[in-house]
Design a protein around this ligand. Structure first.
Ligand code: GAL
Length: 418
């Protein structure tokens, strides 16, 4: 009897011990956490993976996943602005690393310095120095990066290209040579969606047309926006546009990707969230179900952007938000989020075995290519330029006048302080 009782005690103690680490991990935080982003619907699964981890670690916190639909944050950023200026910040919000963060919310002194958190979590050695510079100023570090996305990627379906007898174009000249043939067969050569995707296409075309040195020179103010190099980029962009679908303005980026997947279009230039969409939502196998190359003329250059989350001053549930940021910056969080998102981890120590063939190739390019910043996704220029550029794009889509667009950009650059 005594023996049986002792055995029971041992089993009980062992169960307690096994349970202990889990119990120790769960925080006693209470209340809510409102996370604000544009990762709704098809863009949601990766964010959900992070929220799942957060909920396990903080079972007492009610997570409010506040999303505003619209690719690249076109709608969310406007809503965020209203809330921030109205004194109603969410607990944490999505913002691109670079000028979108520094030139707006940091400049307006609306963010908390996260340097203590970076030190506490050992993140100063874990994130690349160049990235920390993009989310930092001499006064602090202002957000936690969750990923690295690539902007300059061309997507296609290998079986369809085979059927049409075309190869993925390595240059825009190659594209312009095969596009009429595709068009004659009733295939849209290049799928395009609503206007921000035209900005997205423009940056890939401009990078190819002017080269990485000139691209960087634009943003440091060394190359003028009305220089012949930029006019030439607009000219090439105009030629490429001839081979896009006329209903583009009414489509989401996912619908443009669908055109490629369904065989209505041959190619699409989109950031590698398209890989996330095709792998996670459409269940296509990278390399078999879908293929990719660097957008024409940009092999060897990685045009990047990074999503990050910050802590606004006056966040209603500050402690809960800091716990959220810890999940975002952790290796576990990063390697749960990114394989679903199509991006690679911003951390230098990520476990690449958890990533698919596309992401592994992106990781290789990220480590070996020349890296430049995206305009369309907040790295290269502040919101004044980015938003003004969107209006210039609308004008160009109607008038197709390269000189006028280049001139308008030069005026805008002055206004934006470039
Ligand atoms: C980008 C963002 C990506 C993805 C994409 C499409 O701006 O960085 O994570 O969400 O927009 O919405």
């Amino acid at each position: 009897m005594k023996k049986a009782f002792a055995k029971m005690l041992i089993v009980f103690a062992a169960a307690l011990l096994i349970g202990a680490p889990q119990a120790a991990q769960a925080s006693d935080l209470k209340g809510e956490l409102e996370i604000f982003s544009w990762w709704a619907g098809d863009e949601g699964p990766a964010l959900e993976a992070l929220i799942d981890i957060y909920k396990k670690e903080n079972p007492g916190v009610k997570v409010i996943n506040a999303t505003v639909t619209g690719g690249s944050g076109v709608n969310a950023q406007a809503v965020l602005k209203t809330r921030m200026l109205g004194g109603e910040p969410p607990d944490s919000f999505q913002v691109h690393a670079g000028q979108e963060l520094i030139g707006t919310w940091v400049k307006a002194d609306r963010m908390e310095d996260l340097t203590p958190l970076f030190k506490e979590q050992g993140w100063l050695n874990v994130f690349p120095e160049g990235l920390i510079k993009l989310i930092g100023t001499d006064k602090g570090i202002w957000s936690v990066p969750v990923n690295i996305h690539r902007s300059n990627v061309m997507w296609y379906i290998p079986a369809n290209l085979k059927k049409w007898g075309v190869e993925p174009p390595k240059t825009w000249d190659d594209f312009l040579a095969i596009a009429p043939k595709l068009k004659a067969e009733g295939v849209v050569p290049l799928a395009l969606a609503q206007n921000w995707t035209a900005n997205h296409l423009w940056e890939s075309v401009a990078l190819a047309s002017m080269g990485a040195d000139n691209w960087d020179a634009l943003w440091s103010g060394k190359l003028s926006f009305d220089s012949p190099e930029v006019v030439k980029a607009w000219e090439l962009f105009g030629k490429v546009l001839q081979y896009t679908n006329s209903d583009a303005p009414s489509l989401s980026w996912q619908q443009a990707t669908d055109m490629v997947v369904d065989g209505r279009a041959a190619f699409n230039i989109m950031g590698d969230w398209a890989a996330g969409y095709m792998s996670t939502t459409k269940k296509l196998v990278p390399g078999e179900g879908y293929g990719w190359i660097a957008s024409p003329g940009t092999t060897g250059t990685f045009m990047f952007l990074a999503d990050s989350f910050g802590l606004p001053k006056g966040a209603p549930h500050r402690a809960n938000a800091i716990a959220w940021l810890k999940v975002l910056g952790s290796k576990q969080g990063s390697d749960a989020f990114n394989p679903l998102k199509g991006s690679i981890s911003a951390r230098k120590d990520s476990d690449l075995s958890k990533y698919n063939a596309y992401s592994q190739s992106a990781a290789k390019d990220w480590n070996s290519n020349r890296v430049v910043g995206s305009l369309a996704h907040g790295v290269a220029a502040n919101d004044t330029f980015k938003n003004g550029f969107a209006s210039i794009m609308e004008m160009f889509l109607k008038t197709k006048n390269p000189q006028a667009a280049a001139k308008a950009c030069a005026q805008l650059a002055k206004k934006a302080g470039i």
